[in-house]
Design a protein around this ligand. Sequence first.
Ligand SMILES: Nc1ncnc2c1ncn2[C@@H]1O[C@H](COP(=O)(O)OP(=O)(O)OP(=O)(O)O)[C@@H](O)[C@H]1O
Length: 367
Amino acid sequence: MRGGLVVLIPPNLLFIPLSPFFSVAVLYLPSQIATGARHRGRSTQHNTREHKHTSINHHTRCTMSTTNPTPKPKVSNPPTVATFDLTYTFPDQSTGISNISLSLPARSRTLLIGANGAGKTTLLRLLAGKRLAPRGTIRVADVDPFTSGLEGVTYLGLEWVLNAIVRTDIGVGELLASVGGDYFPERRDELVSVLDIDTSWRMHAVSDGERRRVQLAMGLIRPWRVLLLDEITVDLDVWSRSQFLGFLRRETEARECTVVYATHILDNLAGWPTHLVHMHLGTVKDWGPAEKMFAAEEERVRIQKGVDEPLGVTGNSKLGELVLRWLRDDLRERGPRSQHNRGPEGWTYSVTGIGGYGFEPKMPDTM
Ligand SMILES: Nc1ncnc2c1ncn2[C@@H]1O[C@H](COP(=O)(O)OP(=O)(O)OP(=O)(O)O)[C@@H](O)[C@H]1O
């Protein structure tokens, strides 16, 4: 092939050249797409996942076509999230999380709370099927997320946020259309309104917070049944974040769907979570319905201080006071961080090849 150019294209990006918007969909539609390449060839289960990706890509392709009917999520089981004595060991043999048993009901809104390095991202990624958990330790909508695929499950985490496409000179309208906006026009329009998006924005000329709003809209357009949200609302202003949280709340009230949200930002979350999960050093210390946990905390304070002192007397929210107490106790229990050599899972994003995260190197700002 004298003078020819040989281009090696990974299988999951095969149809990128067809149109620029196609490629956006490939890079964005369900979070599993990138995972396939990361897991490729490691085991039979990984191969199974590879087939899933092929079909998701096909599904994505259908979403882009104007002749295909509206795609419908296939999973019909109630969107519950459960783990059974889940322990995960990283490739370097360090323990990520240990002995976690949870049972989060359909339509619940769960907050994952814990200090940096507590294991929230690790747990979410396992629930999203991005890491291989021991057989029988995770059920999402009553299927194993790793081996059975994740139709209807959306994971929005750091690698999704770092995707470079949303920094290029592309319009919001095209971006939203590329992820199925035309097939879910009501959801698209509601998200545009809730997240206060100007559809005439060009993505290379928006602020970080404006970009984040578009990314959230893109991630949420398809009617997910389980949403696994790693903290990605930090750039939103207070109003947008509260509107966004209200949207998620309405979703769980209006249809059969479930949210698990890891966050450090407790503002405007009063009354939002139905369940709380308190993580510490890779374990779950407490979990349960939020109201029950507030009542238990008030009882604990009453016994300790001998007085009735409702949570929230400091002017913080009940949730804020409870979480402050949890993290203060965790810090006392843990001691200095250097003893444990623990840090956030996100650090691996910038270190190619570590812990299976090398697939998502941080993209340079192309603005
Ligand atoms: N690839 C990896 N290999 C080994 N250990 C890792 C890897 N990724 C993360 N860890 C460790 O796992 C622990 C849990 O990290 P994780 O990112 O889940 O915490 P987190 O609760 O999400 O933290 P943050 O609130 O800072 O986002 C940390 O102690 C971290 O050092």
